[in-house]
Design a protein around this ligand. Structure first.
Ligand SMILES: NC(=O)c1ccc[n+]([C@@H]2O[C@H](COP(=O)([O-])OP(=O)(O)OC[C@H]3O[C@@H](n4cnc5c(N)ncnc54)[C@H](OP(=O)(O)O)[C@@H]3O)[C@@H](O)[C@H]2O)c1
Length: 342
């Protein structure tokens, strides 16, 4: 089968370790299922793997990818859940100390086929295309858990989303708007700020800009570059939820502000199978759809990785495995919370 595989790692030149080519077809062990993928999507996680972060070199070659949607051998259309917990684990699988994400221990979804534990597939909503469904497993699930489980926001409250262009951030903006929150977002670039407004932000700001008021919660994936701004943005008792640190993981902790304003800092990683099921229902009932920046065939994965590495992205980068070439018609539209297309 065709796959995008991490064959070597380099912190400075991660794309040199990406090989797009033939790999053996996977065989499903007992209790696992085979998914013939129709679409998969890139995440920053795939770049970290190529840089040698979170993927030990002795596990190479490793097929990359956490996000995917496809078809089981019996024809059922499914979305893949990327969090693989240890056999027998019960409860929140993101808290299983031995859990892994697809492409960390087991081969991932940037391939024509993937095998996963049977509990790691959920029915794909018929309303979603495979390209849209493939975006939900990682960035959208992470945003869902950050907003609804970890931040504990209620409709009418205000959330600030840092780094509007990222996969998690675009998901958070769209989900938060559909949930009835007031949504503020920051980005370094004016075109991205304009797009953030299109997908649901009520107001946008330059990265680090003074805000017109304090917010109830901040969603952080940027890390060091925006951390102190995030801390300053919170009202007393507000919550900073962090799930990533693209620009560095060692910001000033600002402890005086933390204890004096009784802020809460909450880590968040991926989401449970139940949260993914909730997310699928949420997008069905609200009409919100993932923003797809680009769709191209798996054979062109290197181009998509180059864009991700350059940060030249707004929304998700999707790779397709359709036998018919749907990539001739890239889906750059998203559905606004009011159901209209952008
Ligand atoms: N814990 C989890 O479960 C989980 C899940 C998914 C992702 N993540 C992590 O979350 C992070 C975000 O991933 P992602 O794929 O959503 O997006 P991403 O491609 O890493 O980009 C995040 C955003 O950071 C902003 N940014 C980048 N460099 C910056 C700088 N120097 N100064 C200010 N802002 C900067 C950019 O926003 P603008 O260009 O709009 O300014 C960019 O869109 C990654 O580190 C990823 O590994 C974690």
């Amino acid at each position: 089968m065709l796959a995008a595989t991490c064959t070597s790692q380099s912190a400075d030149a991660p794309l040199t370790g990406l090989t797009v080519g033939e790999r053996p077809d996977p065989v499903a062990p007992d209790g696992w299922v085979r998914v013939t993928l129709r679409a998969s999507a890139l995440n920053h996680h795939d770049l970290w793997s190529l840089k040698g972060v979170g993927l030990p070199a002795d596990r190479l070659p490793m097929v990359l990818g956490c996000d995917g949607a496809g078809v089981l051998d019996d024809g059922t259309e499914v979305v893949v859940h990327a969090v693989v917990s240890t056999p027998g684990w019960s409860g929140d699988e993101t808290l299983d100390p031995k859990r892994s994400l697809l492409s960390e221990v087991h081969d991932g979804t940037l391939a024509e086929q993937v095998v996963v534990p049977a509990r790691n597939v959920l029915p794909k909503p018929a309303e979603l295309s495979f390209e849209q469904a493939a975006c939900l497993s990682t960035a959208w699930l992470t945003a869902y858990r950050m907003l609804f489980t970890q931040a504990g926001l209620r409709p009418g409250q205000t959330v600030l989303v840092q780094g509007a262009g990222g996969g998690v951030a675009t998901a958070a903006i769209a989900l938060a708007r559909a949930a009835g929150f007031t949504v503020w977002a920051t980005s370094r670039e004016e075109p991205k700020r304009a797009k953030a407004l299109e997908i649901g932000a009520h107001a946008v700001f330059e990265t680090g800009a003074r805000l017109p008021g304090k917010v109830d919660a901040v969603l952080e994936t940027v890390g060091k570059a925006t951390w102190s701004h995030s801390m300053r943005a919170l009202r007393p008792g507000g919550t900073l939820v962090v799930s990533g640190a693209t620009t560095g993981a060692d910001p000033s902790a600002d402890l005086n502000r933390l204890f004096f304003l009784q802020l809460r800092v909450v880590g968040s990683t991926m989401g449970t199978r139940d949260e993914l099921a909730d997310l699928l229902r949420f997008v069905q009932t609200t009409g919100v759809r993932p923003l797809v920046d680009d769709v191209r065939p798996l054979s062109q994965a290197a181009e998509s990785f180059a864009r991700l590495a350059q940060g030249d992205v707004f929304g998700k980068l999707v790779l397709t495995c359709w036998e018919t070439a749907t990539w001739c018609c890239p889906s750059t539209t998203s559905t606004r919370p009011d159901g209209s297309l952008s």
